[in-house]
Design a protein around this ligand. Structure first.
Ligand SMILES: [Zn+2]
Length: 407
């Protein structure tokens, strides 16, 4: 009786053990898509609005007032751009700027007072060269902010913002086409993204943005709330329009930001998109806020605060492409040394960061993964090991359809 009992117990323990979690190696690769490039907590996008070929002098002098350059001063001494470079970008070389630029002559606010100087981006060889150089610099992007920003009124309150005033989708597209052609003339390509002037738009606007071929757009000013009165997902990027335009949320005020807001965005892995304007001085006598000149100290302390955070400095187009890569990929048929991707996004080969636990493969070979072979046969050998045994890797892959193999 005792022997039988022992036998049974042995069998029972054996059975029990085989259902317990074991420290054996996984049978397949374990793959996670990172929400943002390099597995950053948040992308950081500095947005500077109304940067365009114009400047203003209150007494109609031959040069702009202090704070009166909107970009027309190009990179000359005392220009808005040189202020930005000397007072912020030089000290924070990691920061990338997305400029929102009016393509044609920016409109005055009131009939009575025009800008002292206002021209289209392609007005002169000098202006073309200046804006083009900025766009080609990998640290900045020139995005679209309208053909003229709107139409003047008797008073400032009667100024009609550009996308608020169109009477049909056709009319919006026709005017946007004119602005796009100026972009093509200056930059050799159409703008990829943009922003509504004054955050104002009517029922024809969104459809016109999709039809005009934009990849991404800033529709709404939506500073990140931390009182939990609005659900978190409100602040995520979204798709809109028939062509899946990426709507990027605008979450942080360059002057009124606070640490709680930044921490919440990091915790939720949401975009830190910082709203600013290029210049304080307006022809109608009001001060444009927020603006980089008055807010320079707050901007410096914001970028200082971000220095030891896990962030990814990026332009609007880079963020939109990553969001498309993340949203339109399915990882499937995962085996011990390979996996497949199905991708049906509207951007060719966007980059995606994946974290791959390769133990199923590495422990057989007794050596770490050394390369990832893409569906098109190209190799990626540049990646980070995330653990001491070099079994878990973080790798940026161009998204293609088909098998990826670990070697
Ligand atoms: Zn604007």
């Amino acid at each position: 009786m005792k022997t039988l009992h022992n036998k049974l117990r042995k069998k029972y323990n054996h059975l029990k053990r085989s259902y317990l979690p074991s420290s054996e190696k996984p049978k397949r690769l374990i793959i996670d898509k990172a929400k943002w490039l390099n597995n950053a907590d948040s992308p950081v996008m500095l947005m500077i609005d109304d940067f365009t070929n114009a400047w203003h002098s209150r007494n109609s002098g031959g040069s702009w007032d202090i704070g009166g350059d909107w970009g027309g001063g190009l990179d000359k001494e005392g220009s808005a751009f040189s202020f930005l470079e000397e007072n912020l970008l030089k000290d924070f070389p990691e920061v990338k700027v997305t400029f929102f630029t009016v393509a044609g002559k920016i409109s005055q606010y009131t009939f009575a007072v025009p800008f002292t100087f206002s021209e289209s981006l392609n007005h002169s060889d000098e202006s073309r060269a200046f804006f083009r150089k900025l766009h080609e610099d990998e640290k900045s992007e020139i995005a679209y902010h309208g053909y003229n920003h709107g139409a003047p009124g008797e008073k400032t309150v009667n100024f009609m913002q550009e996308w608020k005033g169109f009477r049909s989708v056709d009319e919006a597209c026709e005017q946007t086409e004119k602005g796009k052609e100026i972009f093509k003339d200056v930059f050799g390509e159409y703008p990829r993204g943009g922003k509504y002037g004054g955050w104002e738009y009517n029922e024809f606007a969104d459809a016109s943005i999709a039809r005009s071929g934009f990849l991404w757009w800033c529709r709404d000013w939506m500073p990140r709330d931390i009182s939990d009165s609005i659900s978190d997902s409100y602040y995520e990027p979204q798709f809109f329009g028939g062509s899946f335009v990426v709507a990027l949320p605008s979450t942080v005020h360059g002057y009124l930001w606070d640490k709680g807001q930044i921490e919440r965005l990091l915790e939720k892995q949401q975009i830190i998109s910082i709203e600013e304007h290029i210049a304080p001085v307006r022809p109608d006598g009001l001060i444009q806020t927020p603006n980089v000149i008055d807010d320079i100290d707050e901007l410096k302390s914001l970028f200082n605060y971000l220095r030891n955070k896990k962030v990814w400095y990026a332009t609007g187009t880079e963020i939109a492409k990553y969001f498309i890569a993340y949203s339109f990929t399915t990882i499937h048929d995962i085996e011990h040394d390979r996996f497949k991707i199905k991708y049906d996004g509207h951007v060719r080969e966007p980059m995606l960061t994946v974290i791959v636990d390769c133990r199923s493969f590495c422990e057989d070979n007794k050596k770490p993964a050394e390369k990832v072979i893409l569906p098109d046969g190209k190799k990626i050998e540049d990646f980070a090991y995330l653990d001491n045994r070099r079994h878990i890797i973080r790798v940026n892959i161009p998204v293609q359809n088909g098998p990826y193999q670990i070697q």
